[in-house]
Design a protein around this ligand. Structure first.
Ligand code: ATP
Ligand code: MG
Ligand code: MG
Length: 508
């Protein structure tokens, strides 16, 4: 199989950075995840991602006096899905608290969160070297808790009129904060955990899973050799997380070597280094109090098992399935498919559609991953699966399998379809006719056999040097001759026919 750029194998850059065995790295992370609900957490304004600033704001979202919160049950349901998928203990009773601080993006003067009684506790996510890029064979990351909370608005500094602008569209959007125990022992584990978490929230369909858009925001806490922890807030990409961790670990190790005291503090990441934002002594006193307007959440004792039954297959189960019979995909391709639900669904449909028509579904593997997705990469176009529905790609695969069209023609047709919007949705059979790609397949006809013989003979006489090489044992050079013949016939005759003919004519 040809390899294409869509896939990365292992991350060699990670191995360049080494922890010093004398300085023990310890890390715990906090993940904020924006839930994909229709409405906001405590109001009926629609959630919005790309709307005009301040166009999706209700009275409650901007903290007008007299307005009251009402919990959106969809947010609760999505949080529970994640909690169950991570094997957390769902708390039958939980409640909301007010975390006070004053900032323009927080119009209520406090954030509603779950400080004293979160919705779920004590879960875990297991990493293993079969499916995750970690050094040990397995590593369990314990989850301390999952809490539901509101997002804040967004402030931006406008350079032109030198003012700070506030957009309340994000205010009161539903978030969950997941807090892990400080179980990470190296950087690979953090990276693998975040990746696995991203894939999981996408599969559960509770969040887009993207760090770059801010749908997931991560704070990391690092300590070395039992010294106080330092928190680095708001890391926006996987590489920022890795770079910030490397920088902070090295900084702390150097401090210890220089006998400097490490203090508990919160730092920010500038893109090249971490800088102090505030020390523990200056920590804000949040004056947590239970929210007086929101009732307790009381859940049925069977809620965890009920939700468990309704969960889709989790990414790890899917990977297991894709790498075993009948799919038998290589792990890197299985991983690629698992990262995107639409791609995965397309693959399963294609596989089934080919298998249903009495062919090995495995024919689909190469055609989907290398030929179809590869064609987009080849011409540098964003993958759009709608261009060719799965059952149509299955038609094409079968046309090739039944030798009604050559592999070369099928490849050309895929490129053509991708670049021609008018071809979208047209049946494959019609396109084969439209582009005159049907091969004169009937090899029983003497005419065709003669035509193939003529073409091959001519190529042989025009390429004496290649023929000599083949005769001397470089059998592979025959591919060059086949290529010339295919070009001559514009891919209408398949490679196997030419291969047989060349072998016959050259007495191989
Ligand atoms: N010694 C340690 N070294 C590294 N990380 C630690 C250590 N002790 C605790 N942590 C991590 O610090 C994080 C603490 O998060 P938590 O949300 O409980 O508190 P916080 O950071 O003080 O609160 P806030 O949500 O306001 O930032 C957890 O992820 C935990 O695993
Ligand atoms: Mg926290
Ligand atoms: Mg924190």
């Amino acid at each position: 199989m040809r390899s294409i750029r869509l896939f990365h194998t292992s991350s060699t850059w990670l191995s360049k950075f080494k922890l010093d065995p004398n300085y023990k790295f310890k890390c715990g992370i906090e993940i904020h995840t924006q839930l994909k609900t229709k409405y906001k957490l405590f109001s009926l304004s629609p959630t919005s991602f790309y709307s005009t600033p301040n166009s999706k704001v209700s009275y409650f979202d901007c903290g007008l006096p007299g307005t009251q919160p009402k919990l959106n049950p969809e947010a609760l349901y999505l949080a529970l899905k994640l909690a169950v998928a991570l094997d957390c203990e769902i708390q039958q009773n939980s409640s909301f608290d007010r975390k006070h601080y004053f900032y323009p993006d927080q119009p209520l003067g406090y954030q509603i969160t779950q400080h004293y009684h979160p919705i779920a506790k004590n879960g875990f996510l297991e990493l293993n070297s079969k499916f995750d890029e970690i050094k040990n064979s397995s590593k369990k990351i314990n989850i301390e808790q999952i809490q539901i909370e509101q997002d804040t608005g967004k402030t931006t500094y406008d350079k032109f009129d030198k003012s700070v602008k506030v957009d309340y569209n994000r205010s009161n959007m539903p978030l969950i904060e997941l807090v892990t125990k400080p179980d990470f022992e190296d950087l690979q584990q953090v990276r693998a955990f975040v990746k696995k978490y991203q894939t999981m929230v996408r599969h559960l369909d509770i969040c887009t899973g993207d760090l770059e858009t801010g749908a997931i925001r991560i704070d990391v806490n690092v300590s070395v050799n039992g010294n106080p922890r330092v928190e680095i807030k708001n890391l926006g990409s996987n590489s920022d997380i890795q770079d910030a961790l490397k920088y902070e670990y090295t900084r702390q190790v150097d401090s210890i070597k220089n006998n400097e005291k490490i203090i508990q503090e919160t730092r920010g990441w500038t893109g090249t280094k971490t800088v102090s934002l505030r020390l523990k002594e200056d920590a804000v006193d949040y004056r947590y109090v239970p929210d007086s307007e929101l009732p307790f959440i009381n859940l049925s004792p069977t809620i965890a098992s009920d939700i468990k039954e309704s969960l889709p297959e989790l990414p790890e189960q899917i990977l297991q399935k894709l790498t075993s019979k009948p799919y038998d995909l290589e792990l890197k391709y299985a991983r690629f498919l698992t990262e995107n639900r639409d791609t995965l669904n397309y693959y399963f449909q294609l596989f089934k559609s080919v298998a249903d028509r009495h062919h090995s579904g495995k024919l689909a593997n190469n055609w989907f991953i290398h030929e179809f997705l590869g064609a987009f990469t080849k011409i540098n176009v964003k993958v759009d699966l709608d261009i060719l529905p799965a059952n149509f790609l299955a038609d094409l695969v079968l046309q090739v399998a039944e030798k009604n069209i050559s592999t070369t023609s099928a490849r050309l047709l895929l490129l053509q379809i991708i670049q021609t919007p008018e071809d979208k949705g047209k049946p494959i059979q019609d396109l084969i006719v439209q582009y005159d790609l049907g091969s004169p397949v009937d090899m029983s006809t003497e005419d065709l056999n003669d035509a193939v013989s003529d073409i091959c003979s001519e190529i042989i006489s025009n390429n004496a040097d290649v023929v000599e090489r083949i005769k001397k044992g470089q059998k592979n050079s025959i591919k060059f001759l086949i290529g010339l013949a295919m070009k001559e016939t514009q891919g209408k005759v398949n490679a196997k026919t030419f291969s047989e003919k060349f072998n016959e004519l050259l007495d191989l």
